[in-house]
Write a protein that binds this ligand. Structure first.
Ligand code: ZN
Ligand code: ZN
Length: 213
């Protein structure tokens, strides 16, 4: 079903996939969930409110992002354009992501590929005090110096996924009688005067002047 790929988007954005590129300065990596591609190191940002850092990165899409009809292919390139800003409670992330989508047309079931662009703004707080309940679900927290953008990215994409993706706005869909794809079958496609049995009683009425022509 997936007929995209083969797109020559450049990989290897500095810092996107690399591990251990700073010999001797290996950070104390605590537990980080999700794809490392969405994890950002905040050490260079500092903690003075108002400081900010812009970063662009190409990340590989995580698994399982999509609905029945359309999804972001796992491993596909996601273009992130982000600003990290230090605020008193943590780090405010503002940015956008462009991700490819593949799926099938809700009307004619043809495979389709498109893309979605989402923008988001999320506050990542410093870890809560030990006594504080962190299981809020809505809140995002920094993990030491690391910020895992994946949950915020997922939330934004899921909200942006089209409920009824279409191969084209005026896709005529399938023939309800035979399932033929109407875009291929042409406007003359039909099944004579075969009448749906549910409309049988109406066929007895004198509406010939409307059916013909
Ligand atoms: Zn279609
Ligand atoms: Zn038909």
């Amino acid at each position: 079903m997936s007929n995209d790929n083969g797109n020559p988007v450049a990989r290897g954005v500095p810092g996107a996939h690399g591990e251990g590129s700073e010999p001797g300065a290996k950070p104390n990596r605590s537990h980080v969930r999700g794809s490392g591609d969405f994890v950002f190191d905040m050490r260079s940002l500092g903690k003075h409110p108002g400081e900010f850092r812009d970063e662009r990165r190409t990340a590989r899409a995580p698994d399982g992002l999509g609905s029945g009809l359309v999804l972001v292919p796992a491993g596909a390139d996601v273009a992130l354009d982000l600003r990290f800003e230090a605020v008193s409670e943590g780090v405010l992330v503002t940015g956008s992501a462009v991700a490819p989508l593949s799926g099938e047309c809700a009307r004619c079931l043809d495979p389709l590929t498109t893309e979605t662009e989402v923008s988001f703004q999320e506050l990542y707080r410093y870890l809560p005090d030990p006594g504080e309940d962190e299981a809020d679900g809505e809140e995002h927290f920094l993990d030491g110096d690391l910020l895992d953008l994946e949950p915020a990215f997922r939330d934004a994409v899921v909200l942006a996924l089209p409920l009824s993706p279409l191969c084209s706005e005026d896709c005529p869909g399938l023939c309800v009688d035979c399932g033929a794809k109407l875009a291929d079958a042409g406007p003359a496609h039909g099944h004579g005067d075969k009448v749906d049995p549910r409309w049988g009683p109406l066929a007895q009425l004198d509406i010939n002047d409307r059916v013909e022509d």
